[in-house]
Each structure stands twice: as structure tokens, then as C-alpha cells.
Design a protein around this ligand. Sequence first.
Ligand SMILES: NC(=O)c1ccc[n+]([C@@H]2O[C@H](COP(=O)([O-])OP(=O)(O)OC[C@H]3O[C@@H](n4cnc5c(N)ncnc54)[C@H](O)[C@@H]3O)[C@@H](O)[C@H]2O)c1
Ligand SMILES: O=C(O)C[C@H](O)C(=O)O
Length: 309
Amino acid sequence: MKITIVGAGAVGATCADEIARAALCEELVLLDIKEGLAEGKALDMMQTAALVNFDTRITGYTNNYAASANSNVVVVTSGIPRKPGMTREELIGTNAGIVKSVIQNLLQHSPDAVVIVVSNPMDTMTYLTLQNAGIPKNRVIGMGGILDSARFKCYLSQALGCSPHDLNAIVIGGHGDTTMIPLIRYATWNSAPVSSFLSEAQCKQIVSDTMVGGATLTKLIGTSAWYAPGAAVRVLVESVVHDQKRLVSCCVALDGEYGQKDICLGVPVVIGKDGWEKIIDFQLNEQEQAQFNKSADAVRKMNDILKTV
Ligand SMILES: NC(=O)c1ccc[n+]([C@@H]2O[C@H](COP(=O)([O-])OP(=O)(O)OC[C@H]3O[C@@H](n4cnc5c(N)ncnc54)[C@H](O)[C@@H]3O)[C@@H](O)[C@H]2O)c1
Ligand SMILES: O=C(O)C[C@H](O)C(=O)O
């Protein structure tokens, strides 16, 4: 098994660390445009192998896509992160060009890979990837909803005073401060609806905290997050590598599902060895469907900007 991660910055390096420690592949390639960065981070991580006991060979390269040849999974984290006060959408002008060229280079050497898109604005970068990759839609997965769902569970566990492991909660829609839809109606504490234990005001607060989860971290840190994003990518990669069929929220191409077409947006999907296998219909109620449609409208507007950048 071979995995390549492009972008050896905060998120890319954390993904590599998580994937190596979980022993998901024999070969892990880290690529960056910045001279020496991927080489250095790969070497640093290899020096943890004897301490944390993994056998993955991690190598780093500057712009050498030949080294990524025949990867089974590729993860795209290259691009700029936002700064406090910015939205993810503001990154489109810089990141669209980066993602487009990175995808072309990657697929030239690994035409059969499953592609995981992380760079922001992620929904639009996933759409851009799908438009340019020329590979089956099931092999293009945007990472966002799985991270947002983990944040949702974090806030729920704090309010309930419970273990996040005992929670089931999912966020669908766009991966944006205003486009995310935490499905509170479906959130359960080991099968019991969380609304049985939390007031309406508490539920509302958790939903709004979840939606701005990334912005809150960006304000605190000065740049965007990497630990939970890296762990979220690892869960997706694990489900592909071990054909686990995990049901998680990911950004995928919709063709009529959830009432939307010609767009990539977060929905519950089953992830297996060939990418996302099927979309699961959670039967949204009228209000949730209206929120989903509004989210799609906003993401579609962002996708339109691709024509001009
Ligand atoms: N989808 C998500 O849930 C999610 C979560 C966290 C971060 N992100 C996004 O991921 C991206 C990376 O965030 P980060 O914190 O790692 O940023 P970072 O600045 O730490 O790292 C980005 C890396 O990309 C590299 N890069 C830039 N252009 C490149 C190119 N053409 N080829 C190869 N490498 C290139 C840079 O040199 C840098 O090392 C940002 O766009 C951020 O918004 C998304
Ligand atoms: O918030 C960001 O800009 C980065 C990422 O999308 C996140 O949710 O952590």
C-alpha cells in the first residue's frame, strides 16, 4: 500500500504522522513545493519510528511527483490556510490554481488513486478536482463533514458531560461557517436523542459553536487547525485501506441525491476500497432540506467563481 500526501505543512504532516502510526501503508510519500520541508518532516517522523513502533517508510520530496508513482491513495493539503477574521472562501483565488496543478501532477503518476481533497474552500476544491481529474466520481472525496461531526460530538460531550465515543452525530452540507448543517435531530447519546437531555437553547448553542468550530480555532491559534483535520483524514484513509465501509459525512458529487445536481457537498457516505461507495439518504425534514438547498446555493456561487480565477 502506498499513500502520497501533498503539502507538508501543519495538516499534511499531521496526516502523515497519523497514517504512519496507524500502520496503514508500507510507503508514505510527502511532497511540498518548499525546498527541504517535506524531506525534513519525513526524516523527523522516521526518527519517531523506533520510539512509537511503526514500519511505514516515510520519504519527503520537493516537487518530485515521480516519487509518488502508483499511490493507492493521495491526499491534497497544499494551499494557504486562513487567518483570523477570514472565511475559507477567501482562499479560493490562491488555492484553486494550486489544487488544479497538484491534481494533474498526482494523477499523471497514480491514475488509479483514491483522491482525498482537504485544501479550502474544500467543497469547491473537490468540485474543481472532479472537473479536472477525469476519474470516476467515487474516487474523489472531500474531507470536511467528518471533521465537523467530530467537533459536533466534542461540543455535545462537553454539554452532556459524557464520553464522545458514546455519541452519534453528523454534520452535512457545506464545509463553511454558514453552510454547515449539524443534524441535531439525529444526534444521540448511545441511541437516546440528545434533545432528551439538553434544552433547546443548549442545542442551538452547540449547533452554532459547531458551525464556527474552525473559525474559533483559527482565532485562538492564528492559523487554522491541524490535529483534528489530520485525524479525520486518517479515519477516511483507514476506511479505504481496510475496506471498512465506514458511514461518515464527506463531500462528494451529487447527481440528484438530496435534491441536488452538479455540485460536491457533504452527505453521509459509505467509504470503502474504491472510494465512496454509496450515499445514504437520511430523509431530511422540510426545514433540514431547506437548509441543505441554501447551503448548495452558496457553494454553487463559490463554484461559479472558478470560471474567473
Ligand atoms: N478540509 C478541512 O477540513 C481542512 C482542515 C484544515 C485545513 N484545511 C486546509 O488545508 C490547507 C493546508 O492547511 P495547513 O494548515 O496545512 O497550511 P500550511 O501553510 O501549514 O501548509 C500548506 C503547505 O502547502 C504547501 N504548498 C503550497 N503550494 C503548493 C504546491 N503547489 N505544491 C505542493 N505544496 C504546496 C506549502 O508550502 C505549505 O507547506 C489550507 O487550505 C487549509 O484551509 C482544510
Ligand atoms: O477552519 C479552517 O479554515 C480550516 C478547516 O477547514 C477547519 O475546519 O479546521
